[in-house]
Design a protein around this ligand. Structure first.
Ligand code: URA
Length: 220
């Protein structure tokens, strides 16, 4: 009810000519208040995200790709954002990159895809698969942080530079320098590695991801 009223208010502002705006610097880091204001269970959080219109990606999405997997997973993978197939199906990592990720989970970690949890930095597809903007990532981040809090995995594997950057707020270190490092992320450990789409374009980097995943496996 409250959400509907808010939505109506936003549409009213839009009719006056207001547009989406950049987040003020002070709230760029998802604050505890933003995260704690969200529902405390994944089902309700999913519903919440499904009616989200906080950024322009909501205008062009077909589906909100919330994430899927074991709600008690010990490992959580975080990608960048849904592509076309994910937008069509509402499920993360179901295209070519997703098939490679599934293979990595099954063949290297020796787990089933359903054993882990898979999500993205942004839950709606950026048009033409462009990198999500800082504003889009910041608007969406509270949902991801709440998901992480509720699932409470032991290890988060960030896939690619965008995921690493927005999760850690380290905007400067290249992914090639940090991949495979074990980084503290609250009570959890975060291990950055290359994105499966990068591996499709650069198969020679597969050996690095193989090494990183063996490290993850040894930590479990
Ligand atoms: N790439 C991503 O980063 N996420 C997906 O869900 C699919 C492709």
């Amino acid at each position: 009810m409250q959400q509907l009223r808010l939505l109506k208010h936003l549409y009213q502002l839009k009719s006056f000519g207001y547009d989406y705006f950049d987040m003020p610097k002070s709230v760029e880091k998802a604050s505890d208040a933003q995260v704690s204001g969200l529902p405390d269970n994944l089902h309700a959080l999913r519903e919440y995200a499904f009616s989200c219109h906080l950024c322009g990606l909501s205008k062009t999405r077909k589906n909100v790709v919330f994430g899927e997997g074991n709600e008690h997973a010990r490992i959580m993978f975080v990608g960048e954002g849904p592509g076309e197939m994910e937008d069509n199906s509402g499920r993360p990592f179901v295209g070519r990159a997703g098939q490679l990720l599934t293979k990595i989970i099954e063949n290297v970690l020796e787990l089933k895809r359903e054993d882990v949890y898979i999500a993205n930095i942004v839950k709606c597809r950026p048009p033409s698969n462009r990198t999500p903007s800082k504003e889009e990532a910041n608007q969406c981040k509270p949902y991801l942080l709440k998901q992480i809090e509720l699932i409470s995995p032991e290890i988060i594997v960030s896939l690619g530079a965008t995921s690493y950057k927005y999760l850690t707020l380290d905007m400067d270190t290249p992914i090639s320098k940090v991949r495979g490092e074990v980084i503290s992320f609250g009570k959890m450990k975060l291990i950055p590695t290359y994105h499966p789409s990068f591996l499709l374009r650069n198969p020679s980097a597969k050996k690095d991801v193989f090494k990183d995943m063996l490290k993850v496996k040894a930590m479990l």
